[in-house]
Design a protein around this ligand. Structure first.
Ligand code: XIL
Length: 369
């Protein structure tokens, strides 16, 4: 793990370079200066993180939408187009048309893709909803294998299993047709995904797992700890982060993210949206960004849509752009918080990119201007 280091100030840079030889100073100045990021993706990249959005295939013909999406985000999740019902509408007949539209748009624009989602109790095709037992287990594993194989090499992270834990105080699994095939269905899905695409990061993804004191959070934590102990292939945990007044951003969010990261997995904010408006909404967004940036292995943040009018809960105006595409107060607070810096994603430390040796080792990190 990389030791988090404090952000450098301009005065520290001047002091540091002042002590160095003229030759080193010349080299330092030859390295392109890093200005504060003026887009979400640029600001997040300063600390080695991505900033993503969900994209709907039906909106790719809307140029106001794609202009914002292309400018601000560098990680793309298909909002619905890579779910089980979309990709396998009839058993063993796969339809990748809309998933491909999103993946191709992302790749043509130099963006990476989060795969969402291989196995889930919801948005199953009708034929699967009516299945049970061994037939369902095998159909689920076949789906995982076929889809992960088809997209092999194109996916940064897969949500292998989505929303498998129950709400409330049990801390246990959600009842579902998949759960009734046996408690090992989750690890079976992860093993099938690893075999099909060994280079994608494999994530467990859920909601209401943000507050460290909640039973559901503890249930997921215990499963991930058990998976790591037994060698079940899991690389990351996704926190959907759908917040509103009844489910606010918890003050212990940092603790939750850090505790999961300490199990040896990356953590990602995967579907962020916060209902509300104005400074209250902006402050809550800021808190989420701050929590992620304080955890070195919190490697990226995805918001669940572009403009408020694109949102699955549009009436709550939960996103960073209004319906006209204007930046909201929440946008500004997110951008500023990203630019304020934090820990550096250890997988993207600038020293590993070849150009940061002077910055990283002599001058205190990539954040110097
Ligand atoms: C939502 C989509 O945004 C909607 O368009 C769709 O009608 C329902 O699903 N958790 C998830 C996402 O993992 O896939 C869900 O997306 C939101 C909650």
């Amino acid at each position: 793990m990389t030791t988090p280091r404090p952000r450098s100030s301009r005065s520290r840079l001047i002091t540091a370079t002042g002590c160095l030889s003229a030759a080193v100073l010349t080299v330092t100045l030859a390295v392109p200066a890093l200005a504060a990021g003026s887009t979400l993706q640029a600001a997040a990249a300063e600390s080695g993180r991505y900033f993503g959005t969900a994209i709907a295939a039906s909106r790719l013909s809307d140029s106001a939408y794609t202009t914002i999406a292309n400018r601000e985000f560098n990680m793309i999740t298909a909002e619905n187009e890579m779910k089980m019902d979309a990709l396998e509408p009839n058993q063993n007949q796969f339809n990748y048309a809309n998933g491909d539209r999103i993946v191709n748009w992302a790749r043509q624009n130099g963006k990476q893709v989060r795969g969402h989602a291989l196995a889930w109790h919801s948005q199953q095709p009708g034929w699967m909803q009516n299945m049970s037992g061994t037939a369902l287990r095998n159909a689920m594993l076949n789906h995982v294998t076929q889809v992960a194989t088809y997209y092999r090499g194109k996916i940064h992270s897969w949500d292998v299993v989505n929303e498998a834990f129950a709400d409330g105080n049990s801390g246990g699994r959600r009842d579902s047709n998949l759960q009734r095939t046996g408690n090992d269905w989750i690890e079976a899905a992860f093993r099938a995904a690893r075999a099909a695409d060994p280079n994608a990061k494999l994530c467990y993804n859920d909601y209401n797992t943000d507050n460290w004191s909640h039973a559901k959070t503890q249930g997921v934590y215990n499963m991930v700890r058990d998976f790591k102990a037994r060698g079940v292939p899991i690389d990351c945990v996704g926190f959907q982060a759908h917040f509103n007044s009844g489910n606010p951003v918890p003050s212990n969010y940092h603790t939750t993210l850090q505790n999961f990261a300490d199990l040896g997995v990356d953590v990602q904010i995967t579907e962020l949206d916060i209902e509300g408006s104005g400074s209250s909404q902006a402050q809550q967004y800021q808190g989420v960004i701050q929590a992620c940036l304080s955890v070195a292995r919190c490697t990226g943040i995805t918001v669940w849509g572009v403009r408020d009018t694109d949102s699955w809960r549009a009436s709550g105006t939960p996103l960073l752009f209004d319906g006209s595409g204007n930046k909201k107060a929440a946008y500004t607070s997110v951008l500023n918080q990203l630019n304020a810096g934090g820990t550096t994603n250890p997988a993207h430390h600038p020293a590993a990119d070849g150009w940061g040796q002077l910055h990283g080792d002599l001058l205190g990190g990539p954040e110097v201007e």
